[in-house]
Write a protein that binds this ligand. Sequence first.
Ligand code: GCW
Length: 677
Amino acid sequence: DAWLRYAALPCDVRKAASIPAGIVALNDTETSPVYTAGQELHKGVLGILQKDLAVTSTPINGSSITIGTVDAFTSAGGALSELDLKGDGFWLSIKGDSVQIVGQNERGALYGTFQYLSMLAQGNFTEVAYASNPSAPIRWVNQWDNMDDTGTHGSIERGYAGPSIFFAEGLIVEDLTRVSQYARLMASIGLNGIIVNNVNANVNLLNSTNMAGLGRIADAMRPWGVRMGISLNFDSPRTLGKLTTADPLDEGVIQWWDEIATQLHDHVPDFAGVLVKANSESQPGPLTYNRTLADGANLFARAIKPHGDAIVMFRAFVYDNKINQTNWKADRANAAVDFFRDLDGKFDDNVVVQIKYGPIDFQVREPVSPLFGHLQQTGSVVELQVTQEYLGQQCHLVYLPPLWKTILNFDMKVDNQPSLVRDIVSGERFNQKLAGYAAVVNVGTNTSWLGSHLAMSNFYAYGRLAWEPTSDDVAILEDWARLTFGSDRTIIDTITKMSMESWPAHENYTGNLGIQSLTDITGPHYGPKPQSQDGNGWGQWTRADATSIGMDRTVWNGTGYSGQYAPEVAAMYEDIETTPDDLLLWFHHVPYTQQLKSGKTVIQHFYDAHYDGAAVAQTFPKQWEAVKGLIDAERYDEVAFRLEYQAGHALVWRDAINDFYFNMSSIKDEQGRVGNH
Ligand code: GCW
């Protein structure tokens, strides 16, 4: 149940609630989100307030909780004034024992219901009357689940919580209970869409058995207002359809995709859309056929167009993974803008471009992808990662909202106008109808969903931030902790303190000053391996040698990357004096003895930061002890085990990185700690 446990409030707290006499859900069709909302409310009130309320669809005058759409309220005779609702928004009014939850649509009514339940579960009985609207229309999750035709059961790429809840042995699983529970979690934080299979897509998802299976998945998620879409493999017409080409302008290929779209629509009438990874990491795509990426995206856009409002999410993660490091100007970070800059305006209106938050790949710190400033006639979606691929893979506590906020709050200053990323992905800044959020979540069959109890705060916060990106990250965390573990102040304070310390600490012991996550980049992306960064075609380079370190991404002397930003931002990064320390080595190649704004040298900062970060992780097991006895032993022990592990692994990180750079630079640690063990 994650944060939807609906644990009973203590008796004295419960007493303060004025409990309505019944629940009215203004839709009695069992698959409708309003019906779901009624059932969920029944369950929640029973758990939290220990009251068994009857649910009906007939309006009651007086004491009740009534849930419905604006239209349903109006036809039931409810007098609604201007509610100021946007798509998926809701109006929540709590006045004594009369509660009204009015959705702009069915989904909105369900979101309002979850908001009301969240208040109840936290013992918050405040009277309110307000409208709440999501910041952006697209609020999706991506699962990187594999079909696994043979062998292992539905593995998940970069998934750390067991096998897939969707797939096993090349098929869609029979029992979709977990799938509907997942949709419930998504709905409770306002998420409205999901891509169920890996972007490295298996063509067999499109065979007739699996098409029917997709229909079953969509059926399981629909009552929760979650629409389903899939990742497509660009080469499918060749590999599955046995055509001789996958050229997006070829008539046979166009027809083939039209036929697939029709079948998808037959099985899933409210199909959400397709996610496409093409010409990335040596995979085929339109460029293989000398067509543009826009030609590729529009191929799918036109195939799905006749069947409703489905969309194409075309990934901007297009790059060559065989670049040559001997070329000083080669730079993977340049790829997205290089590929997409001239395509703005060339995409059909049901295409959005999905952009990873930074130009490389979910690193512990990256500057914002400059592509957000270039697409003005095409909607942008920011791609975040809940699954902690480069950030300790859920074995380390790393609360991610502070990182996400550095991205969402960044001002791209396009055309000298305020251009916060969050306003670009809301669609506001460039006036786009379609825009928003996607996060790679990768839940698995593990009962904790993500394999770690504390990692769930990231999933919860993702939904909350996609709904309202200005929400305070500590307030979100406190809500999550109360809902997950109960409202004891010690629990809330302990979790908040550790979580808020966790990302800075992780940055300190894994890769600071913008050098990136110094992990094993050609392998599992886990544990320290700074030597793996350089000397390969992946382009996550540090260019570290005996005297100097960092990527020169300036225009005057480097790869030219800084010039991809609007002039004011470009000027800041171009000049070493105005580049913030935390991105220094991202933008500049400097001697280890270069002085930072703090007065320290780069190498001394490395040594100190690794000691500081690891020292913080050392405190986590001790901090956690404060909640012993306040939460159940099972979850206490599981978290304790991981924190203990993290404390140890942080030492491994510290010493591996510090020794590596000491050996490389031969510069002694002023405090005599490095090189002595
Ligand atoms: O960083 C890489 C990951 C791959 C992933 C790829 C992508 C799904 O290591 O596992 O593939 O990014 O985002 O497409």
